[in-house]
Write a protein that binds this ligand. Structure first.
Ligand SMILES: *[C@@H]1O[C@H](CO)[C@@H](O)[C@H](O)[C@H]1NC(C)=O
Ligand SMILES: *[C@@H]1O[C@H](CO)[C@@H](O)[C@H](O)[C@H]1NC(C)=O
Ligand SMILES: *[C@@H]1O[C@H](CO)[C@@H](O)[C@H](O)[C@H]1NC(C)=O
Ligand SMILES: *[C@@H]1O[C@H](CO)[C@@H](O)[C@H](O)[C@H]1NC(C)=O
Length: 227
């Protein structure tokens, strides 16, 4: 059932909007012409690519969060990056994009360091997988996964290895309220904070920290691009 609607969508010409997960490298190639016919980015949760491929890359990722580089081929798309723990992940139940992003443009998006939830139970050597989901306005989702190993001495990508070209991104729920209302909002920061999306269930405010750094990254990036 699902597979046949996926094939219909592909036949309708939407397939050229696929995307690449360049870093950490995806489990197996799901983009372009030489894709194993069993794989399709329309398939949840990982494009049909199993977690037990013997030759799939296991990228070392810092314990405090690492880099993600995407090859985006849409005029714009929403992006979600999720994390699941273990070596055979079925449940990608930690989100690293809270709020998720609206990316505009066709090119490479590289984020040097994605923040992790502070209570994430990982240590040196913990296996995990990342799931990247892109979603369009009609709810059509594409999936790609990459396997990682958390390492105390792993480093994020830097400089030329992590260049963003042709793409801008903004966390979706924040972009509107951060436009022009700074003075108006300054009287009741506490109230604003308590309504920050993603705080539910977090007694520590950790999600708010992750949120702020995502906003900071986006701001740095937007100004960098206009220069
Ligand atoms: C991977 O798992 C699938 C199903 O769980 C199994 O059929 C397949 O043989 C496994 N492949 C390897 C390389 O272990
Ligand atoms: C993306 O860029 C390529 C090459 O620059 C171009 O051929 C293609 O039409 C673009 N796609 C979109 C959706 O803008
Ligand atoms: C995520 O899923 C794993 C495996 O199902 C579970 O052990 C873990 O407690 C879950 N974590 C959260 C925060 O839901
Ligand atoms: C996301 O970006 C696209 C292109 O810039 C825009 O058309 C769309 O309205 C944006 N979505 C939201 C929810 O802001």
């Amino acid at each position: 059932m699902f597979l046949s609607s996926a094939l219909l969508l592909a036949a309708a010409g939407v397939a050229n909007a696929h995307f690449g997960l360049d870093y950490p490298p995806m489990r197996a190639n799901t983009l372009g012409k030489d894709v194993d016919p069993a794989y399709s980015q329309w398939l949840h949760p990982c494009a049909g690519v199993p977690s037990n491929l013997t030759d799939s890359p296991k990228t070392e990722w810092p314990l405090t969060g690492g880099s993600v580089k995407l090859d985006l081929r849409h005029q714009w798309t929403y992006v979600f990056i999720n994390l699941g723990l273990g070596s055979d992940v079925s449940n990608f139940n930690y989100t690293l994009t809270n709020p998720f992003w609206n990316t505009t443009g066709n090119g490479t998006l590289c984020v040097e360091k994605l923040s992790l939830p502070a209570d994430l139970p990982v240590e040196d050597g913990s296996p995990a997988s990342l799931q990247v989901v892109t979603l369009d306005d009609n709810g059509n989702a594409l999936y790609n996964c990459a396997d990682i190993i958390f390492k105390a001495d792993a480093k994020p990508l830097e400089g030329d290895d992590c260049k963003t070209v042709g793409v801008t991104y903004a966390p979706i729920q924040v972009s509107e309220s951060s436009d022009d209302d700074d003075s108006q909002g300054s009287d009741d920061d506490a109230a604003d904070d308590s309504s920050t999306p993603g705080n539910a269930g977090s007694a520590t405010g950790v999600n708010r920290v992750a949120l702020s750094s995502a906003v900071a990254l986006a701001v740095v990036f937007v100004f960098g691009m206009s220069a």
